[in-house]
Design a protein around this ligand. Structure first.
Ligand SMILES: *Cc1c(COP(=O)(O)O)cnc(C)c1O
Length: 241
């Protein structure tokens, strides 16, 4: 097991740092998979907010083929420079009136935090004659500052959204309260398994998106299969999001 690389400020993070960070993340995931006795796969998403495209392209050259976007404007200015092989998911807060800009440019939307948003995605997907894959965002810590469905609201909301013909619920996403991931991930796993295999199970549930730079190993322990990594790969941003 290699030593954890020193995570620097983004501006001081060179390409070789990104490579070392990525190698370390892969090792940590492999170790967590091993400990959990998991034989399936975890995808590493590179979260691109504020990151220059040359660094994103470098990450792509290392084999990262999944990019996570937070901001519509920033994304629209950058995506044409991405590799054609990259799959792009939208993960940030999404206003209904912005859905039309991204609907034909992303493969999945992780941040579906209301029925209204799901309806708008459905409407825009229909107009493009596509079906959009979505994850329902769970406000697992019941935080007032965060969007998403509480664990109590989730199953009713899932039932309603599952009726929409041009969206397909693929799973759940969460951003737990800071430093409390390990505490909330088991409950997320339970909610996910309920929707997958429980009494009112939905078809096609295969994605549990949880774990960021500070807690991805714990998330993998509890079944996450997409970890979303920003600062752990590209260095610290000079503000919090
Ligand atoms: C910024 C962000 C991440 C990555 O956060 P890091 O702690 O920098 O890894 C993951 N998910 C979402 C939704 C984000 O906004």
């Amino acid at each position: 097991m290699s030593k954890a690389p020193d995570i620097k400020a983004a501006a001081d993070t060179a390409l070789q740092d990104i490579r070392a960070n990525y190698e370390f993340i892969k090792e940590q995931i492999a170790e967590a998979m091993d400990k959990a006795g998991r034989k399936d796969k975890v995808r590493i998403m590179a979260v691109t907010k504020t990151v220059a495209t040359d660094k994103i392209n470098y990450a792509e050259s290392l084999g990262i083929d999944l990019l996570g976007e937070n901001r519509v404007q920033e994304f629209l200015g950058k995506y044409e420079n991405y590799s054609e092989n990259s799959e792009i998911h939208f993960i940030g807060g999404l206003q209904n009136n912005k859905v039309k800009y991204i609907i034909d440019k992303v493969r999945m939307i992780h941040s579906v935090d209301s029925i209204k948003l799901a309806e708008e995605i459905n409407r825009r997907a229909l107009s493009k004659n596509i079906t959009m894959d979505i994850l329902l965002e769970v406000n697992i810590g019941n935080e007032l500052s965060k969007g998403g469905f509480t664990d109590i609201e989730l199953s009713e909301a899932a039932k309603t959204i599952a009726e929409l013909r041009n969206v397909r619920i693929r799973g759940l996403m969460t951003i737990p309260p800071p430093l409390e991931g390990e505490y909330y991930f088991p409950r997320m796993q339970e909610l996910y398994e309920n929707l997958r295999n429980g009494e009112n199970a939905l078809n096609g549930m295969d994605t549990l998106s949880m774990g960021m730079s500070g807690d991805y190993a714990a998330a993998v322990k509890y079944g996450s299969n997409i970890v979303r990594i920003g600062s752990g790969l590209f260095g610290y941003r000079n503000y919090t999001i």
